[in-house]
Design a binder for this molecule. Structure first.
Ligand code: 13P
Ligand code: SF4
Length: 321
């Protein structure tokens, strides 16, 4: 009998489809993907690819970003319910009200947001390019940052730039316990602590390396003088870390009570091989973005890509919606 993996490979060939996966997907999905990356890589790779069909094994905002940047492509997701708590914490009406209260500001919105929220933002960022985006904004312009408060606070400290913050957070990264992490570090004094900037401040204060998923993976790959790593981000990333350093000891950062296992993103984990196979069979569900938000949301994403590649930007003088 044909395995589901073989069936997916055949369907990919039939449709000349590109299968992109985020690092938080299960290992069997990552192993089947053509490319794996962080949210910035996935948006850029989706845009650059010649493939007419892209299946994004990740969450919906990632697939929407690919669709916005390449409206002519069919962009599939295995499960349309794969949302994100940051999207849930930033409803359009409230975000618009907040945006309108600071018309002279530049609004930087994290890519973990809805298309509607992107459309009322000046520029999008991910955790791998946010410092560059902030540095590109004239010093006399106030900055709004949303919807991840932990990432925003981390960036304020890193850049020394004051920002007005939207109060959202990631339901997965706020669960790590700094008390338990402190105790764990005593048991592994040589371990390097790696943390995603969506973690809260107390966790970040224990971290040796703070960065996007690809930055944390790079540290494990490159830093051969260290053999033990405590990882404070979603558990899916451990698959690539362990593959690239089989001899290294990888320890998941603990939750309250010392337990592990709640650091699974329930949205990412909605995806599985059956849904990917079905999606490639039926070419659905395909991402559609509301027309009224398309142009402005695309512009905000394109500004992110331009600044990331070193181009300068003409900022609008006022928010006028
Ligand atoms: P990265 O951009 O670091 O991959 O992060 C995406 C994300 O959703 C983290 O929770
Ligand atoms: Fe959203 Fe958090 Fe899941 Fe990332 S880990 S997709 S921020 S809920």
């Amino acid at each position: 009998m044909r395995s589901i993996e073989n069936e997916i490979q055949e369907l990919k060939q039939t449709h000349k489809a590109l299968l992109l996966s985020h690092f938080y997907e299960d290992g069997d999905i990552q192993d089947l993907a053509d490319e794996i990356g962080d949210s910035y890589f996935l948006a850029k790779r989706g845009q650059q690819s010649d493939a007419k069909v892209i299946l994004l094994a990740g969450v919906v905002f990632m697939a929407e970003s690919v669709k916005l940047l390449s409206p002519e492509k069919t962009v599939l997701v295995p499960d349309l319910a794969a949302g994100c708590s940051l999207v849930e914490h930033s409803p359009f009406d409230k975000y618009l009200e907040w945006r309108r209260a600071y018309p002279d500001s530049i609004c930087i919105t994290y890519i973990n947001s809805s298309v509607a929220v992107k459309s009322i933002s000046d520029v999008i960022c991910t955790s791998s390019n946010a410092e560059k985006i902030i540095a590109s904004i004239p010093p006399d312009r106030p900055i709004l940052f949303g919807p991840d408060r932990n990432l925003g606070n981390f960036l304020m400290k890193r850049t020394g730039r004051k920002m007005i913050m939207w109060p959202g957070s990631c339901q997965v990264h706020v669960l790590f316990s700094s008390r338990e992490l402190f105790l764990l570090k005593e048991n592994y004094p040589r371990a390097l602590v790696l943390a995603h900037p969506e973690c809260n401040d107390e966790i970040l204060s224990h971290a040796d390396v703070i960065g996007s998923t690809s930055r944390l993976l790079d540290e494990v790959i490159q830093n051969r003088s260290v053999n033990e790593f405590i990882v404070a981000t979603e558990s899916g990333i451990l698959h690539q870390m362990q593959k690239s350093r089989p001899e290294a000891k990888l320890i998941q950062a603990p939750m309250e009570g010392g337990s592990c296992g709640c650091n699974h993103c329930p949205f990412m984990k909605l995806n599985n091989l059956e849904k990917i196979r079905n999606s490639l069979r039926t070419l659905s569900p395909a991402i559609e973005v509301e027309e009224r938000f398309q142009e402005n949301a695309r512009l905000a994403l394109e500004r992110m890509l331009k600044i990331s590649s070193g181009e300068s930007i003409q900022w609008p003088s006022k928010f006028s919606q």
